[in-house]
Each structure stands twice: as C-alpha cells, then as structure tokens.
Design a protein around this ligand. Structure first.
Ligand SMILES: [Zn+2]
Ligand SMILES: [Zn+2]
Length: 317
C-alpha cells in the first residue's frame, strides 16, 4: 500500500532530493490515493479478522518468549524492556498513519467531493458538511477533513447491492495529518438522524485526545502480548491482558458514543446502534460468525444494547 510504483506517478519525478520530496508531496489525486488506502476492505474474506486476532498475539508472545530465552533479565529490567517496546510500538503506529496517503495532492479532495457528492442523499450530505465544519473549528491542528464515498464495484449507486465495500456504513481513517471520512453506500438506507450518530462517533475516534488513546490501544495490543511472553507470569497475565484490552476498547467506544450523543443527541446514537444491531442480524452466516469470533478473541465493541443503555444514561437531554 505504501510502496509507490514510479510508473504510476501522475506527475514526473523531479531530479535531486528536494525535487523528489516535492514530487512525493503531490503526485496522486485524493480519489486515487483514498481508493488505494481502502482497497483491502474489498478483499477481506470473513475469516481474515478472527485469524488476525489469533496470529498477532501468537507472534508477539513468541517474540517475547524468544527474547527471554536469548536475553533473560531481572524483573525490573524486563519491565523496562516491555515499556520500551510499548513506546516503540506507539511510534510505529503514529508513523504508519503519517505515511499513509503521504503522496496525495490534497487540493484535489474538494473538487472530488463537489463532483461526486450528488450520489449521497441530501440529508446525509448536510450531516457530513455540518460535522466536518464543526470539527475543523474545534480542532484547527487537523490539516483537513475530507469525505470519501466508497465506490461500488458494479456501479450500483444506491447501496442496495451486497458488495463488501458497499455494506460499510462509515469510518474515519487518519492519513498524513488529515482525516478521511469514509462513507459506505449502505449508509444511504439509514435515517439522517442515525447517520449523524455514526459520523460523530467515528470522527470522535480520530480527533483530540481520543486519537492518542487509540494509538495507545493499538500499541498495547502489540507490546502487551510481547510482555506476556517476555515476563514470566504465564497464563494469568495473558487473561489479565485480554481483559484489560477489552476494557480499554469498550471504554473507548462508550466515550465516542457519549461524545456523539452530546453532539447529535442520544436518540441519534441509539438509532445508529439499533440499525447496526439489525444489520448484524441480517448478515449472512459466515461473515456474522467471523464478526462474533473476532469479538470473542479480541473484544472491540460492547453489545449494541449495552451501548444504547450507557449512552442514554450518560447523555443529558
Ligand atoms: Zn455495490
Ligand atoms: Zn467506534
């Protein structure tokens, strides 16, 4: 994804390091770059996520055990090593997001949306415009917030098809200091109010202090498993880590629900959650099984009914 094929460049590379930096800084349109960033979404088989939830802990526990065998250390030193691994993982996660879409010409983002926004229902478009302008006013350090509509592989515009990217509702990806608000066409079938809940929730994940929280969460999901292998606390530490990661992820979701509820109203987030629960019930068996397995192996979201109860309790009317 990050590797750029020289022959794909939209503008010719310039001689010299400074020229190469300039060429790298603005060589791809926003649309092309976002499509590349999100292409894996269309290829993900149902078993990929649960398998990843098993493989990542297995790899890092294995690395931790290997490091312990090669370089055993007294407990204080081992704890310091694990802290250093966590810091390194956080740096790598931050660096990874800053490298994504680093060659995009961001000035093409507005023309892209001006041309394609007519495919999005008017109410949904207004929700996006309002949420983006309010977020930009609140977080001026964000270089830009840009909507991107996932294309349908069969050019069905209304979201009535079942292609994998068309079944997405919405998500936000951070790339090179910008936020990309990704809209899936299935969202066109949600009410405007429920869509508003989704947009505010997703944007909260990637702005302000919650962005740092998310980075720490990913880093702990890597370094924590290394620590389980490297320190000598055995299975209890693996269970404790699983519980801690689940608690951190659930708290993250609840904070974003509450924040979305404060911006768009508790009804908006509860309608979005009810829509999500209904969509999961209607999902074909294998993808649904993949989702349930992933949530059992590496819990990311509390059940929708629980989130609705918490949002109602925490958002003042
Ligand atoms: Zn489609
Ligand atoms: Zn979320």
């Amino acid at each position: 994804m990050d590797k750029i094929d020289e022959t794909d460049r939209a503008t010719p590379a310039t001689e010299g390091p400074a020229g190469r930096d300039r060429a790298r800084a603005a060589t791809r349109s926003f649309e092309e770059s976002a499509a590349r960033l999100l292409a894996p979404l269309s290829r993900l088989p149902w078993w990929a996520k649960p398998l990843r939830s098993l493989v990542i802990p297995a790899i890092f526990i294995g690395l931790g055990v290997g490091a312990r065998l090669v370089a055993p250390a007294p407990l204080p030193v081992a704890v310091a090593v694990c802290a250093a691994v966590t810091a390194a993982a956080m740096m790598l996660v931050c660096r990874g997001s800053s490298r994504q879409m680093r060659d995009v010409d961001w000035s093409t983002a507005d023309p892209y949306w001006n041309e394609g926004a007519h495919q999005v229902p008017v109410g949904h478009r207004e929700v996006l415009a309002q949420a983006i302008s309010r977020k930009r006013a609140r977080y001026p350090a964000v270089s830009g917030i840009h909507p991107y509509l996932l294309p349908c592989p069969a050019s069905v515009e209304d979201g009535s098809c079942d292609h994998l990217p068309c079944t997405y509702i919405g998500m936000v990806r951070v790339a090179a200091g910008h936020c990309v608000v990704v809209v899936g066409r299935r969202a066109f079938h949600m009410s405007r109010q429920a869509f508003e809940g989704v947009v505010w929730h997703e944007m909260r994940h990637h702005t302000g202090v919650m962005r740092g929280y998310g980075v720490m969460q990913v880093a702990l999901g890597i370094a924590g498993w290394f620590a389980v292998g490297y320190l000598t606390f055995g299975w209890p530490s693996a269970i404790m880590l699983w519980l801690a990661l689940a608690a951190i992820a659930w708290i993250h979701e609840v904070i974003c629900d509450t924040s979305a509820g404060r911006a768009a109203g508790a009804d908006a987030i509860c309608r979005a959650l009810a829509w999500k629960a209904a969509a999961l019930r209607a999902t074909p068996l294998l993808p649904r099984l993949g989702h349930l397995l992933t949530e059992a192996l590496a819990p990311t979201h509390p059940p929708s009914w629980m989130r609705s109860l918490v949002a109602r309790a925490l958002v003042r009317r």
